[in-house]
Design a protein around this ligand. Structure first.
Ligand code: AMP
Length: 413
């Protein structure tokens, strides 16, 4: 019986994995140098964690199950709620703002297509404990810096949910959330039907005008001088000072219901409909999980989409050493020579009892950069002697092990 991997999941072959790790490490380095510390939370959580505020869309798409003890569990569809739960349980007393980051897999039962999977990875940060605009700007600036480091151009759109909420005046919170969901999905037809249903068709035109506007002044004429617009103006001015180009976009609504204020999304070219590579915003969740009311801002990149958007990238060539020896000297080479190299480089030995030529051609096949030959000629000169062969140029030279290590190290830089 041939068994295939489940729909919407991915296998990563060594080359793809090397590329993913290369990108991931660059992203980690950037956020760490801005002071963010890594955390990890469980792959499954209590369902309750996500029923309080994520919103219907996310719950509809989630893998929810009972364990053998009858507990309702959920495979995490995203990380903001787990991070907040962890914060409430263990980190509330830490100095603020608290800066955390994660790189974790998430699960959503969506219709798979290019850039949309049922298991995918999110790389994200949460800045917990500040509601200052400079904190919100830092989070956006960090997202932008992560993209710069990996060499990906993203189109940044920044909005504020307060503007939309103000426009909707006396609709209930639930109704406002529903409208925001339609806007997030860009489902105009659904929005129209819904507004008809709740007797608020007069809002349709205003919502369209606001979500099409890219101008804070214009928005003020529609919704008045609300604090949300003042905040968005501050954020936009600061982003200008940072030199981060961005567009004001009131249609950035985010599918998750916990966002309370500034929201942003980043799009990349070449991904078709699934072009949103990341998004984030400001939210308040801690009080819902038994903690103190805590303003926070965060973002998550869809790591798989980031990798897709980067396309083919040139990875730095990794030094790979193959220890090549005669059959008689194989044990010597494996036990005495190889351990000296493996301390410094990726090093392999012959495991197939091949002759010297066979080992050299295997070295070639696996992309070894250097072969270290251990033969009679070398041993006659002394136990410390080996021949270094540069696999690219074919040049050979007999040297001591120490000299070879230094030589390869120099080439490695
Ligand atoms: P969200 O938690 O919905 O704000 O998603 C954050 C980011 O994760 C999005 O901007 C996408 O880049 C990525 N993402 C969301 N859902 C998927 C999915 N099904 N497959 C791949 N990436 C996803």
């Amino acid at each position: 019986m041939k068994i295939q991997r489940p729909r919407g999941t991915q296998d990563f072959l060594p080359q793809e994995m090397a590329k993913r790790r290369f990108i991931e490490n660059k992203m980690r380095k950037t956020v760490e140098s801005w002071g963010y510390q890594e955390i990890q939370t469980p792959i499954f959580e209590s369902l309750d964690l996500f029923t309080l505020r994520s919103g219907e869309t996310i719950l509809d798409q989630s893998y929810i199950f009972d364990d053998k003890g009858g507990r309702k569990l959920i495979l995490r569809p995203e990380l903001t709620e787990p991070v907040t739960r962890l914060y409430v349980e263990k980190l509330q007393a830490e100095p603020k703002p608290l800066k955390l980051y994660y790189f974790s897999n998430c699960f959503r039962y969506e219709r798979p297509q290019k850039g949309r999977f049922r298991e995918f990875w999110q790389f994200g940060v949460e800045l917990i404990g500040s509601d200052r605009p400079e904190s919100e700007v830092e989070v956006i600036a960090l997202a932008s810096s992560v993209l710069d480091t990996i060499g990906l151009k993203g189109d940044l759109h920044v909005g504020h949910l307060g503007a939309l909420r103000a426009l909707m005046g006396d609709l209930s919170d639930e109704q406002k959330n529903s409208v925001i969901r339609f806007i997030d999905k860009k489902d105009n037809e659904g929005l129209r039907t819904y507004l008809e249903e709740i007797g608020a068709t007069s809002l349709e035109e205003n919502i369209r005008a606001l979500t099409e506007s890219e101008d804070i002044k214009e928005a003020r004429e529609m919704v008045g001088d609300v604090p949300a617009l003042e905040r968005l103006e501050d954020i936009s001015d600061m982003l200008d000072i940072y030199g981060i180009s961005h567009k004001i976009d009131f249609s950035v609504a985010r599918g998750l219901e916990y966002y309370t204020g500034m929201v942003f999304e980043i799009y990349a070219e070449g991904l078709g409909t699934e072009n949103q590579i990341g998004g984030g915003g400001s939210y308040r969740l801690a009080h819902l999980f038994g903690g103190k009311d805590t303003p926070s801002t965060g973002f998550a990149f869809g790591f798989d989409r980031v990798v897709l958007a980067l396309g083919d990238i040139q990875l730095p060539q990794q030094t790979k050493v193959m220890i090549v020896s005669t059959r008689e000297l194989r044990d010597w080479a494996s036990r005495k020579v190889a351990p000296r190299f493996v301390q410094h480089f990726h090093t392999e030995v012959d495991l197939m009892s091949r002759d010297i030529n066979g080992q050299l051609s295997h070295a070639n096949a696996i992309g070894a950069t250097h072969a270290v030959i251990v033969g009679d000629k070398e041993l006659q000169k002394g136990e410390e002697f080996v021949t270094l062969k540069d696999m690219k140029t074919g040049e050979q030279e007999m040297l001591t092990i120490e000299e070879v290590i230094n030589r390869i190290r120099l080439m490695d830089i």
